[in-house]
Ligand binder design. Structure first.
Ligand SMILES: Cc1ncc(COP(=O)(O)O)c(C=O)c1O
Length: 399
């Protein structure tokens, strides 16, 4: 396997930074990945200082380290730091974004069949409480998003918001975020892109993708701690003066008993309470920038090709991911043995994976007519030998 083009891409060093991969065949970066040692160390040091000085004093002393988060995230997305807000999770960022859009009863949201469950629940709740209309864009027979249908729906319903998930939680499909962005710009529709699964594995250049809101989580392919995320907002959002409905104290100043002044940039979307987790997230994003997203994507493509090809050759396995562009999630089903027998075999083989059920992606599961899927999500720190090990383990379990 060729070494990707990044001077930092020394696989032995990257694996030395990832001790967890010595003890398992770790295939769960789509769930919660393995944090590199610099991330863990940054948080441990910060926590240790908090025990000596208390959280507020450490926050004051460590201001520069905390603020590094904005510069590193801006670099990751090819934007400026004042477009970035810290969030507790991708869902938290989504809720902040949704609350900022001045919806009125009868307004339309367009989404897809692949949008993340928490977003679907938020839209349904808005439908029930505020009379928001919800339409979902069709897919083409090969699983790709039907962009012609999206444009038809935009013209017919004049939606206020188009919300898509770049890569769903339960399949490797990569949605055409850039093309969707162009349509949203053309028809002047707010565009929310959920990049929780794509951040850290695909390049997310917001000047090309064109989202108004991009939400991401820290713990998956970015390899940060749990309970972290971020929100990017566009110039359009800032110049329209959009702000969240419920404003935390750091997001605005209380200027008189009856008025407040919002932070000028994206920080108007931020919570006030920060901790060692934000330092861990900043470190994880800096690490991803240093390794290089291009190098990461290149290696990931080779690993996924190996995994898909190997599993496709096994009798009795059905690969379920559909679409022209596939990323680092592979899902499969098999009917030869029970789920619990398969789980036991995988765990015995030290494979770390997840099982996904219909509740995580109801529409997709109904289409695929399965009750569960096994999700494997390797990342660049995995090796071709580990991929072969997983394939062997599954093959043996079927024998
Ligand atoms: C596509 C997608 N969006 C959003 C989320 C939610 O992320 P968080 O738990 O940080 O809110 C997930 C989590 O699995 C996801 O897969």
């Amino acid at each position: 396997m060729q070494s990707p083009t990044s001077s930092f891409f020394d696989i032995d060093r990257l694996r030395a930074d990832t001790p967890g991969c010595r003890d398992s065949l770790f295939m769960n970066s789509a769930g919660a990945s393995l944090m590199p040692q610099p991330v863990v160390k940054a948080m441990l040091t910060y926590l240790q200082e908090e025990t000596q000085l208390g959280g507020y004093e450490v926050e004051r002393v460590r201001r520069n380290q905390i603020d590094r988060f904005y510069a590193q995230t801006a670099r990751l997305l090819n934007t400026q730091p004042d477009h970035i807000a810290y969030a507790y999770s991708a869902t938290d960022a989504t809720i902040q974004a949704l609350s900022a859009i001045p919806f009125r009863p009868g307004d339309t949201i367009l989404t897809t069949n692949q949008d993340y469950v928490s977003s679907q629940l938020a839209f349904l709740s808005m439908q029930q409480r505020f009379g928001i209309r919800l339409h979902r864009v069709n897919e083409l027979p090969n699983g790709d998003l039907d962009l012609t249908h999206l444009e038809e729906l935009i013209r017919r319903h004049r939606p206020v918001l188009v919300a898509i998930t770049h890569m769903p939680t339960n399949s490797g499909l990569v949605l055409p975020a850039e093309e969707v962005g162009k349509l949203c710009q053309h028809y002047n529709v707010w565009y929310l892109l959920d990049a929780a699964q794509s951040v850290g594995q695909l390049s997310l250049d917001v000047t090309r993708l064109g989202p108004d809101f991009l939400v991401a989580t820290g713990r998956k392919f970015l390899r940060g701690p749990r309970n972290t995320g971020f929100l990017y907002v566009s110039d359009r959002v800032l110049s329209a003066g959009l702000s969240p409905l419920f404003i935390d104290r750091r997001a605005a100043s209380w200027t008189s008993p009856d008025s407040y002044a919002l932070q000028p940039g994206a920080r108007r979307f931020e919570p006030q309470e920060i901790s060692l987790l934000s330092v861990g997230l900043a470190e994880a994003i800096a690490y991803a920038n240093q390794v290089g997203i291009e190098a990461i994507s290149q290696r990931n493509q080779c690993l996924m090709h190996r995994l898909r090809t190997g599993l496709r050759q096994l009798d009795g396995i059905t690969l379920l991911d559909r679409g022209t562009h596939l990323g680092n999630i592979l899902t499969f089903h098999q009917a030869r043995q029970s789920l619990s027998a398969l789980e036991t075999a995988l765990r015995r083989g030290r494979v770390v994976f997840t099982v996904q059920y219909p509740g995580s992606a109801l529409i997709d599961f109904q289409r695929k007519a399965v009750e569960w899927v096994i999700r494997l999500s390797p990342h660049y720190f995995n090796t071709p030998d580990e991929i072969d090990g997983v394939i062997d383990c599954i093959a043996r379990s079927l024998a």
